[in-house]
Design a protein around this ligand. Sequence first.
Ligand code: NAD
Length: 435
Amino acid sequence: MKPHFSTNLNTISSETYRLRLNKIDPWQNALKQLASAAKILKLDPGVHEMLATPKKILTVSLPVKMDNGKIKVFTGFRSQHNDFRGPFKGGIRYHPDVTIEEVKALSMWMTWKCAIVDVPFGGGKGGIICDPKRLSADEKERLTRRYAYAISEIIGPGKDIPAPDVYTTGKEMAQIMDVYSIMHGQAEPAVITGKPIPVGGSQARNVATGLGVAYCVREAAKKIGLRLKGARVVIQGFGNAGTFSAQYLEKMGTKVIAVSDSKGSIINTKGFDSKKVLDYKNKHGSVVGYPGSKKISTEQLLTTSCDVLVPAALENQITPQIARNVDCKIIAEAANGPTTPEADEILHKDKIMVIPDILANSGGVCISYLEWVQNLQRYYWTFDEVAGKMEKHIVRGFNDTYALSKKHNVDMRKASMVLAVGRVLEAYDARGLWP
Ligand code: NAD
């Protein structure tokens, strides 16, 4: 049977896809990750249970008048996992396979992600079970506005600030902001992030993930004594995350020697000009065929001798078989979940530094935070100002994760969870349990 989820990365939920491929219940997976950090931190069982339980989960029914005049009722969710550190924060996804378990897991992961880069948010996530490809623009707008109305009681600039996720864009964010603003009788841009610039969106949002990846690589290079000038970079996936990772790493002096997209992989050991490769891809539909390049297989791409490997495409790309042959010093996970747990162990043994996805691709949530701050202060920053502020969050998140990995003698992935859970607990200790 054909799967009814798309493999187009513009539309797919990468976490969902990965978890389905592995037949893993996302919520059980999230609980296991928490349990491993709890063990290292010797968490009190009661506190552990508190962190393992979302604070609030709202299920809403969404009647929508379809273009044919009939009413169809959709189901939506909003999970608010934890707000010890600040208002809940997390995207809204539209997908036929959205489940409450998935939304709960994603909201927990947002709690950790915000804590790692020390933005003052907790974790939330929302979703509507729907197939957006089968909705007209008008139906999608009515659904979005009805959802905004249905969750309006629990969201707000100081309560819960949603953002785009799978199948949602700035357009839906502007519609949600509009509904919320009408209901409150005043413009409330800070209720949501990922908005278009004219209604309070932030500069640098489109490059955020790639720029954050480049900052992480730069910090990792300092730790392992790798000179970035001339360092060889391989990028898997040449979409938003991959191209901006390539462009910013190039600006730092590295040489991008191999890239790939869904149609294939190419190499030129002398190095590419990644902007020109992108122009070529935009014109010809793929990087394959770029003048002066040689076509190679995915396996060859991932095991090419290089200094930095940036998986920026799919999940589960670095399997144990690939991990045994990987020939690089740093892996920066721009994609979500590109490394399997078994491969992780091999890479750790081989002393390859893996910058985990939750840290490497956290540029987006940093810029979301900065968008919210700009909305609250009604004062907007330039691209450089936003990028500079984001850099501080990412660099600190990287260095704190690295320090914990040394302290506990664990890999960066485990260290990032220990850091995140530890920070949430610090906030809990300061606030206490009431009554
Ligand atoms: P995108 O759709 O813009 O680009 C994905 C790229 O991967 C495309 O170039 C596509 O051709 C390529 N690709 C698809 N299948 C491939 C294959 N088998 N081999 C090689 N390349 C392949 O997506 P994106 O936004 O860049 O996201 C990529 C990854 O980064 C995803 O895992 C996503 O969850 C993660 N991510 C992205 C962001 C972001 O802000 N864009 C933020 C966090 C995480």
